[in-house]
Write a protein that binds this ligand. Structure first.
Ligand SMILES: Cc1cc2nc3c(=O)[nH]c(=O)nc-3n(C[C@H](O)[C@H](O)[C@H](O)COP(=O)(O)OP(=O)(O)OC[C@H]3O[C@@H](n4cnc5c(N)ncnc54)[C@H](O)[C@@H]3O)c2cc1C
Length: 494
């Protein structure tokens, strides 16, 4: 597991079972390995040497983005991990690819794994929203890698009064959501506050979730693509963070921010289904970030044990050997957990959607046709949006989704707990007098904690494991909610 290893076979060495992946053979496996190795080089040569400095800068001035590093990451494809292939992205097996890459970045600095991860999170509703959203903001962001400030995205569901609740299909029904989207001529007006939004102060595009009726948040939650430069959108705070400081978390105030009709992703009321779908695909990569933090601590400790005079003789002690063996074991198991979950997502569940006939057909439309005004306007109609959402809900059965959510949550909880455990063990082995290693391990420990909190706390995720993998009964996880139309009549939405 040497961090600087180059050459073929590194991926198989890390994760031997990848060889048995149903869709990874020959050139696809080689291409994925190239992507992982390019990210490893980026993490070792570009990110890691600057990690402590950037952490310190953001302690003094939260919200400072290292744009040069974002550019370098963009150049190796880290801004288009979820962009469908049809729009020049790399989204074949997007969840597995994103997760393996997240581990590599996090081993260098978890803050950058969160920065690129939050970008992918913001982009995911657009990828799932269908071809009408593949050629606009999504493509622009992916193409902006060489700009002085590449276009970052952010994903906004959390509110000061609603965090865990907005991530759960049952709790959402009674969540205290106070933001709202009001219908106005030609679009929507968004009002309220979102907080803890990663990349929030720097994002060019945001995917924002607000109910059209805050009294019925589950039924009416809707997703909007919002221009970060829109009138009425203000950054009201940037958090002073304990870890992951390279990625800012901001509070955003929406004061009647106008969003045109065409920027409604899916249909009114599709927000909860999209949220669950996005989180099912983003939790394995968060498990991978935890795995990467653990691996970063383990590799730093190993390096120190082998090179620092202060550590002389420690490697010969059985107590230290036992600790290293256990750390290795924890990392290996956490990695298997996220690979299993990501593989399930990509091949059996939501990610497999791109393989369905309807989505393949839509994806194969030439870009010119997808951006053609007439075709685009048809895709933007209720019928066009409905088609994509119908394909999604019909392809992914409730049982499959519940199981995928269970596996994703297992990977997330396992990876994040591994980060806490292994960084703690590394500190115990090294002790207080470990010189230059101390601030590095301290940072790993600070970084580990967030992985237990975001993307749903581990308590929430363990309940998803219960529902998806333990409970025997069939749960109707996403029943079709109803929204009232303007005449007051109720209509089913997907
Ligand atoms: C640095 C950072 C970055 C983030 N980035 C983003 C982002 O980019 N976009 C975004 O939308 N959000 C983001 N979040 C929000 C994050 O997902 C939430 O913080 C998380 O979901 C927890 O919500 P909360 O903080 O409101 O805690 P609460 O929901 O108030 O939970 C507090 C505690 O109560 C427990 N709890 C709550 N309800 C239940 C229940 N029903 N049963 C059992 N236990 C329960 C929780 O597990 C937790 O331990 C970020 C958060 C942080 C800290």
């Amino acid at each position: 597991m040497s961090s600087a290893r180059n050459g073929s076979g590194a991926l198989l060495e890390m994760a031997p079972r990848i060889a048995g992946h149903p869709q990874l053979s020959g050139s696809k496996l080689a291409e994925l390995e190239d992507a992982v190795l390019a990210t490893r080089r980026f993490a070792v040569n570009t990110i890691r040497p600057r990690a402590l400095e950037i952490d310190r800068v953001n302690y003094d001035e939260p919200g400072t983005i290292a744009w040069d590093i974002v550019r370098e990451g963009g150049k190796i494809g880290l801004l288009n991990l979820v962009t469908p292939r049809a729009s020049g992205g790399a989204s074949d097996l997007a969840c597995l690819r994103t997760a393996l890459i997240a581990e590599e970045i996090a081993a260098g600095c978890a803050g950058f794994a969160t920065l690129f991860g939050a970008h992918g999170l913001g982009a995911s509703p657009l990828a799932m929203g269908g071809p009408a959203f593949w050629d606009g903001a999504l493509k622009e962001a992916a193409d902006s890698a060489c700009d002085p400030k590449p276009q970052l995205m952010a994903f906004c569901i959390t509110e000061p009064t609603a965090g865990t609740d907005v991530e759960h299909h049952v709790w959402m029904r009674t969540a205290k959501v106070v933001t709202r989207a009001d219908k106005v001529k030609g679009g929507w007006e968004l009002t309220g506050t979102k907080h803890f939004i990663s990349n929030g102060n720097a994002a060019t595009w945001l995917t924002v979730f607000m109910p059209t009726d805050p009294k019925r948040p589950y039924e009416t939650l809707s997703a909007f693509l919002v221009d970060g430069r829109a009138k009425g959108l203000t950054v009201t705070n940037v958090e002073h963070k304990m870890g992951h400081r390279a990625s800012p978390a901001a509070e955003l105030s929406f004061d009647k921010v106008f969003v045109p009709d065409k920027n409604l992703i899916g249909r009114e009321g599709d927000g909860m289904g999209l949220t669950i779908g996005v989180l099912a695909g983003s939790r394995p990569p968060v498990g991978a970030i935890g795995t990467g933090i653990a691996r970063g601590a383990y590799e730093r400790l190993l390096e120190w044990l082998q090179t620092d005079p202060a550590a002389e003789g420690l490697l010969d002690k059985q107590q230290v050997q036992l600790a290293l063996a256990q750390m290795n074991e924890e990392i290996h198991l956490a990695r298997q957990a996220y690979i299993d979950a990501a593989t399930d997502f990509d091949t059996i569940s939501i990610g497999g959607l791109t393989g369905t006939a309807a989505m393949r057909m839509l994806g194969k439309l030439p870009s010119g046709l997808r951006t053609n005004r007439l075709v685009r306007s048809q895709m933007q109609t209720s019928l066009g949006r409905g088609l994509v959402m119908e394909v999604m809900s019909r392809t992914v059965g409730n049982r499959a989704l519940t199981r995928t959510l269970g596996l994703s949550s297992l990977a997330k909880a396992r990876g994040s707990d591994t980060a806490m455990k292994v960084t703690g063990m590394a500190l115990e082995v090294a002790g207080l007098d470990c010189g230059r290693l101390r601030p590095e391990l301290e940072k790993c420990l600070r970084d580990a904690k967030l992985t237990q909190i975001y993307e749903g706390t581990n308590q929430l995720n363990r309940l998803e494991v219960f529902e998806g993998l333990v409970a025997e009964h069939t749960m109707s996880i996403l029943p079709r909610p109803t929204v009232s139309n303007t005449n007051g009549a109720s209509a089913a939405v997907a």
